[in-house]
Design a protein around this ligand. Structure first.
Ligand code: AHM
Ligand code: MG
Length: 347
């Protein structure tokens, strides 16, 4: 039998659905469409979670044999996650256009007899999918825009908006537990999936990221590619000093969303600069960098290309790549100063 204390504990948490509805009532003109869109996203996340938890038992490892638009091998789970999100958003009817890492073109959702949906959803259905087979955390990242006023025909152009115009953004980490974190520009809140009742419960209200941290995340295998400012910055973080916490620790999972989540809660800096292999950076602006940039700023942190605020970059294509420096405010500022050549190693 469940001890009574435990039952009370579950009852004390607010569900994601309750939270969304409470927030909806604070917006006078709200029609509930946005709340329904968030619900659709959370349903898809639960379905992806369900697939993930059975990975290894049913055959969802390996590749589909397809090469995705990024020129990368598509994992079976990538394709499954993409399908679940598209299906949930289509069923829900609040979304007019989807842009997905797993699909070369934007996917129109409106049909002739249904002209309602006014939200654009851009997503990476399964970020870090190369980690699935080895039981390492992966995630979903999503970004939401409103269809601009007066736009009748919904094409990719409608989605090519800078990140500052996002009306919502979030991610899900399928890790030791499954957590959904999102913002609508009014703080950042995190909800842990309770598998016994199938509900996301508010476990991380009003997340604030530490303004400084002692962890940095970068693929140092690419060191030879880094420019001199970044090389110095990394060496500076590795210098041993008794008074300021250096050397810092390296933490790099290779799932952006999982590295980001840890750094958001603990304080830290994630960097994916341009490299010889990926001269524009590896991460995608529209569905990786922008949503996490919105969240980190809402939590008190910063997100930069190294020289510009990510949220102000005007996108030109759906799968655009960009260099990313994201995390605790002081750490991003220090990275930018090194990149500008204003900082140097300590003597
Ligand atoms: P993906 O969206 O195809 O999974 O690729 C993005 C991933 C990020 O999750 C991760 O941080 C990065 O690529 C890792 O790249 P690398 O192996 O070059 O360090
Ligand atoms: Mg990704």
């Amino acid at each position: 039998m469940q001890p009574e204390g435990k039952l009370e504990e579950i009852g004390a948490f607010k569900t994601l659905e309750q939270f969304i509805i409470e927030r909806q009532f604070t917006v006078e003109s709200s029609t509930g469409a946005f709340s329904r869109l968030l619900r659709d996203i959370s349903v898809a996340a639960k379905l992806v979670n369900w697939h993930m938890r059975r990975a290894g038992i049913v055959d969802v490892f390996g590749s589909t044999g397809e090469i995705n638009v990024q020129g990368e091998v598509q994992a079976v789970m990538d394709a499954l996650a993409h399908k679940e999100f598209v299906r949930a958003l289509r069923r829900g009817g609040e979304c007019c256009l989807i842009g997905s890492e797993e699909h070369s073109e934007a996917i129109p959702m409106r049909t002739a007899d249904d002209n309602e949906g006014k939200y654009i959803v851009l997503l990476d259905p399964l970020d870090g999918s190369s980690n699935i087979e080895v039981n390492v955390s992966v995630g979903t990242i999503f970004s939401i825009y409103q269809l601009p006023e007066g736009v009748k025909e919904v094409t990719l152009d409608a989605a090519l908006q800078p990140g500052i115009l996002q009306v919502g953004a979030g991610y899900v980490v399928y890790g030791s537990s499954t957590i959904l974190v999102y913002t609508t520009g009014d703080g950042v809140n995190g909800f842990t999936l309770d598998p016994s009742i199938g509900e996301f419960l508010l476990t991380h209200p009003d997340i604030r990221t530490p303004e400084d941290g002692n962890m940095y995340s970068v693929n140092e295998g690419n060191y030879e590619s880094f420019d001199i400012g970044l090389k110095k910055h990394i060496k500076w973080m590795q210098q041993e000093r008794a008074d300021d916490g250096r050397p810092l620790s390296t933490r790099y999972i290779g799932s952006f969303v999982a590295d980001f989540h840890r750094n958001l809660l603990k304080g830290g800096l994630y960097m994916y600069p341009a490299t010889h292999k990926s001269p524009e950076g590896k991460l995608r602006l529209m569905y990786e960098a922008n949503p996490l940039a919105y969240i980190v700023e809402q939590a008190g942190g910063l997100a930069s290309t190294g020289s510009q605020r990510i949220l102000e970059v005007k996108p030109t294509k759906l799968h655009q790549r960009i260099a990313v420096y994201i995390g605790s405010r002081k750490m991003v500022e220090t990275a930018e100063a090194f990149l500008r050549g204003e900082r140097d190693l300590d003597p």
